[in-house]
Design a protein around this ligand. Sequence first.
Ligand code: PLP
Length: 445
Amino acid sequence: MADAPVHATIEQSRHLVTELPGPKARELAQRRNAAVAKGVSSVMPTYAVRAQDGIIEDVDGNRLIDLAAGIAVTNVGATSPKVVEAVQRQVAEFTHTCFMSTPYEAYVEVAEKLNELAPVPGEARTALFNSGAEAVENAVKIARAYTGRPAVAAFDHAYHGRTTLTMALTAKSMPYKHSFGPFAPEIYRVPGSYPYRDGLTGAAAAERAIDQLEKQIGAQSLAAVIIEPIQGEGGFIVPADGFLPAIAQWCRANGVVFIADEIQTGFARTGSWFASQHEDVQPDLITTAKGIAGGMPLSAVTGTAEIMDAAHPSGLGGTYGGNPVACAAALAAIETMEEQQLAQRARRVEELALAQLRQTQQKDPRIGDIRGRGAMLAFELVDPETAAPNAELTKAVASAAHRAGVVTLTCGTYGNVIRLLPPLTISDDLLTEGLGVLLEALTAA
Ligand SMILES: *Cc1c(COP(=O)(O)O)cnc(C)c1O
């Protein structure tokens, strides 16, 4: 028997012993500049050594409040006991055989679990990959194989990844696409639903999108429509009620595969297993990654069997897809979400954070909009007179929070959205304190 697993135990409180970055972080930054490509950048000015639930500890011994969860990945925390144990156990059994070479049970078990959880119509099938972008690429391959059609439609403000195909699906030029073209062909963009800025009802926004799908692309050419049920990088945009169901219904009526990209919204993040469930939408295919495996790299496409099975044998795969260690982590993470009722916990995070945000908004009209679901919340900073996005203020608030020991991310096509994505295991106190630091930074800016 292996020794008992080692769990980090970090005091759950914010505590700064140096300025940020401290001396060791500055030293690492120098080494990094000499070793790591400039194109890869980081939000925080410091370097992590340990993390647990709501706290990340840095190289200088500072304890930071985590309101980012590694971009909605460590929903169960970064050292969730069952995940740590499962990974340690699996790594001692075997690290890899390649599922396409010598398969193993954990892959099948993850597929069974996802088929059970994902709200796709009818019998389901799953294929596993490594990253979110890879899942999106494969969902598009499957939709094209099933329909025999070439075109794919994505929405304004969409984010689907950074590979050549997913970059084409992603809306924002800087930093994701700028200088990296030419882009994959047969990708089209249509307007979505952004209630704060377009003022449209879900029905009206859907009509506008469907009009373009029909007139500018043509249903007969369209393999798939892909959409994030709540847009992530694009600004945590929650579409108006009725928008998603109307798009899904149009797709079904026209033989177009409806792909929900739940890579950021999945796994209890928004207060249910998947964000599609808030409006009872049943996507044909769902892409997942991020929160799926407690921090281990894993992604999936889950969908209706008839569509999933349209790709020929050996048409899908990859050396590492569904790595056994990542699969073991996923099973443990999903079990933890169930046992700890983390979807319910996400709704509690929403309740707490929204109250705090709305209180500040009453005194500070620079908070133009507050939105999101569950533990996927954001506020948009604007000019109170014109609602023009204020990216400069957003940047200033985020960096002040970083220096004060709060890990937070910005997003949005206009760079003026501050997003909250805490681990679902963060304590009420840390959540309130972290958000308080952010809002104080706003008041001071
Ligand atoms: C992060 C993200 C992706 C890309 O996932 P990677 O693992 O970074 O490739 C795709 N879609 C959405 C909605 C995402 O949030």
